[in-house]
Design a protein around this ligand. Structure first.
Ligand SMILES: Nc1ncnc2c1ncn2[C@@H]1O[C@H](COP(=O)(O)OP(=O)(O)OP(=O)(O)O)[C@@H](O)[C@H]1O
Ligand SMILES: [Mg+2]
Length: 223
C-alpha cells in the first residue's frame, strides 16, 4: 500500500473572469521512505500541490489518499489532527519569531501543539546540528542556521511525512545542500518520507524520485 496516492487532483482558482488550473489532473504515488523532489518553474503549481498534500487547502476535484484513507472526506477537525500527528512543514521564509531564541522558537511550537515535552526542543535542534547555537536570536544566525531552526521546528511531532516548499529558496547552493543533507539523513535513518517542491536543480541529486511540473501538470517521472 502506498503512503500517498493522488488521483486526478485538480485545483482551479477563479479570479474575476480568468480561471487558472494551478493543479491540473495530477496522478502520483509516494511510497513510505521516498525522497520526492517536484521541480518546476515559477507559477507551475508546486506550492498549490504541496498545500493540497499538506491538507492546508481543498482540491476542486480528484482525491488524495494517505494511508489508504481519502483525506478529502475528512472533517476539519480530523484534518487538523492529521497535520498535527503526521506532517511537518518547512517553508522558504523561515517564519521564526525574531524576539525568541532558536530554542524558544521550537519550544513555542511545542507549546502551541499542546502535546509533548519542551525538552524535545534541544533534541530536535541537535538533530539539525544546532544545539550549540540554541540560545541565539534568529538575527544572530545565518540564513542556513535559521532554516535549520525551522527544520527542527518541523520535527517536533516526529512527522512521518515532511513537506517542504522551497526550503533552499533563500539560501546559496552550498547552504541549501546542507539543509537537503539534513533532510536526506532523516529520510535514511528514520525512514521519514520527504517531499520537496523547488526550482533548485541541485535538489535532484538528493531524490530517489523526481517529477517535473509545468502548467499544473506533471511531465516526466524518473525513479
Ligand atoms: N490563492 C490563489 N488565487 C488565485 N490564483 C492563485 C492562488 N494561488 C496560486 N495561484 C495561481 O496558481 C498558479 C500556480 O501557483 P503556485 O504558487 O502553486 O506556483 P509555484 O510553482 O509554487 O510558483 P513559485 O515557484 O513562484 O512559488 C499561478 O498561476 C498562481 O498565480
Ligand atoms: Mg511556490
Amino acid at each position: 500500500m502506498a503512503l500517498i496516492e493522488i488521483k486526478d487532483l485538480t485545483k482551479v482558482y477563479k479570479s474575476g473572469r480568468s480561471t487558472i488550473r494551478a493543479v491540473d489532473g495530477i496522478n502520483l504515488v509516494v511510497e513510505k521512505g521516498d525522497f520526492l523532489v517536484v521541480i518546476g518553474p515559477s507559477g507551475s503549481g508546486k506550492s498549490t500541490l504541496l498545500q493540497l498534500l499538506g491538507c492546508l487547502d481543498k482540491p476542486t476535484s480528484g482525491e488524495i489518499k494517505i494511508d489508504d484513507k481519502e483525506v478529502n472526506r475528512f472533517s476539519d477537525a480530523r484534518l487538523a489532527e492529521l497535520r498535527q500527528n503526521k506532517l511537518g512543514f518547512i517553508f522558504q521564509s523561515f517564519n521564526l519569531i525574531p524576539t525568541l531564541t532558536a530554542r524558544q522558537n521550537v519550544e513555542a511550537a511545542i507549546a502551541k501543539r499542546g502535546k509533548g515535552d519542551k525538552n524535545k526542543a534541544l533534541e530536535v535542534l541537535e538533530k539539525v546540528g544546532l544545539a550549540e547555537r540554541a540560545d541565539h536570536l534568529p538575527s544572530l544566525l545565518s540564513g542556513g542556521e535559521q532554516q535549520r531552526v525551522a527544520t527542527a521546528r518541523a520535527l517536533i511531532n516526529d512527522p512521518e511525512i515532511i513537506l517542504a516548499d522551497e526550503p533552499t529558496g533563500n539560501l546559496d547552493s552550498r547552504t541549501g545542500k546542507e539543509i537537503l543533507d539534513i533532510l536526506k539523513n532523516l529520510n535514511r535513518e528514520k525512514k521519514q518520507t520527504v517531499i520537496i517542491v523547488t526550482h533548485s536543480e541541485y535538489a535532484r541529486e538528493f531524490a530517489n524520485k523526481v517529477v517535473e511540473m509545468r502548467d499544473g501538470k506533471l511531465q516526466t517521472e524518473k525513479i
